[in-house]
Write a protein that binds this ligand. Structure first.
Ligand code: AMP
Length: 116
């Protein structure tokens, strides 16, 4: 069950601030508070989904497509599409997911060998 009090839900409700990179009516992208690379942006859809499986299964296909399309636009906006980047999502306990609102990490701006 989705926890409306998770930190990203609070960010979406503007109860706590974030360092915004891009926002529209369906998505929000913001800088990670504890960056693991020179560029470390989190992307979240503005729907109540817990993790990757929940997103893929309960969001409509248009939303899924829109979200990942936007993610690549952020990659292009940051000009890391040629130098390289990682997009990752942690899921569940073994995946190390800390915040229970589905999100992706966009990492780049330097060699990411420390994140293998
Ligand atoms: P995950 O382990 O995939 O759930 O990642 C959660 C990420 O959220 C971590 O990289 C945290 O540094 C990041 N994070 C937690 N709180 C905030 C916040 N208030 N603003 C930005 N990033 C955050």
């Amino acid at each position: 069950m989705y926890d409306k009090n998770n930190i990203f839900a609070k960010i979406l409700r503007k109860e706590i601030p974030c360092d915004k990179v891009y926002e529209d009516d369906k998505t929000l992208f913001f800088n990670d508070i504890s960056p693991q690379a020179k560029i470390h942006i989190l992307g979240i859809p503005k729907i109540e989904v817990i993790d990757f499986g929940d997103f893929i299964k309960s969001a409509d296909a248009q939303m899924v497509n829109y979200f990942f399309f936007k993610a690549y636009e952020i990659v292009e906006q940051k000009k890391i599409e040629k130098t390289g980047f990682k997009i990752l999502t942690n899921s569940g306990e073994n995946g190390g997911q800390e915040v229970q609102h589905f999100h992706i990490h966009i990492l780049g701006g330097e060699k990411l060998t420390h994140l293998r």
